[in-house]
Write a protein that binds this ligand. Structure first.
Ligand code: IMP
Ligand code: MG
Length: 199
């Protein structure tokens, strides 16, 4: 029922996640405006080229879905799944490929579409994995950039928002697999975190 969707209006959250959200960092409208803007730049930069958008499951799926519809040139879409090992909310940069690309990227223009770059370890691993496949180009488009904890410096061709060193959920990003379906980016209350930790 529409009334149960969790939405945000003037910083106030309604619906199922209302009690769990501490602060809305990026409202839905700002996300969609930014995605449209990124899509416009990507369409202009890759006009006439054989562009493959590659997203990393699961976090990137919402951003990819909106971004590919904001792109006004023909594109292919492909997906990878990786797992990074680390305690709780911190990744250690140890990455295992759970699902590889379906398509070959040799000689093609590749744009990695990621939800968030934190330490940079995941993306630096992916670049090292994809570069030997000899794409014509290999660039990064990231919605959220959390530079405070960066360990590996990476060239980011397209960046949505720079955010402070806070753990965020929504728009594809999860805490313990929840909150990916929030249409905005938010932080969680300690109560919500504690409750999920007990489940
Ligand atoms: P990195 O390897 O440290 O750059 O971590 C990137 C991955 O860690 C992202 O793709 C997310 O899955 C996860 N991650 C990092 N920060 C957050 C966050 O604030 N919320 C949810 N997931 C995050
Ligand atoms: Mg991710």
């Amino acid at each position: 029922m529409a009334a149960d969707l969790s939405r945000e209006k003037d910083g106030r959250v309604e619906g199922w996640a209302a009690g769990d959200v501490a602060e809305v960092l990026i409202p839905e409208g700002a996300l969609l405006a930014k995605v449209r803007d990124l899509g416009g730049h990507i369409s202009a930069d890759y006009a006439g080229k054989d562009l493959v958008l590659i997203s990393i499951l699961k976090g990137g799926f919402v951003f990819l879905a909106d971004l590919c519809r904001a792109v006004s040139i023909p594109v292919s879409v492909d997906l990878m799944a990786v797992s990074s090992y680390g305690p709780g909310t911190r990744s250690l940069g140890v990455v295992r490929i759970l699902k590889d690309l379906d398509e070959t990227i040799t000689g093609r223009e590749v744009l990695i579409v990621e939800d968030i770059i934190d330490t940079g370890l995941t993306l630096s691993y992916l670049l090292r994995n994809l570069q030997p496949r000899m794409p014509a180009s290999l660039k990064i488009c990231v919605l959220l950039d959390k530079p405070a904890r960066r360990i590996v410096d990476l060239p980011i061709a397209y960046r949505g928002f720079e955010i402070p060193d806070r753990f965020v959920v929504g728009y594809g990003l999860d805490y313990r697999q929840r909150y990916r379906n929030l249409p905005f980016i938010a932080t969680l209350t300690q109560d919500a975190i504690d409750r999920l930790n007990r489940e």
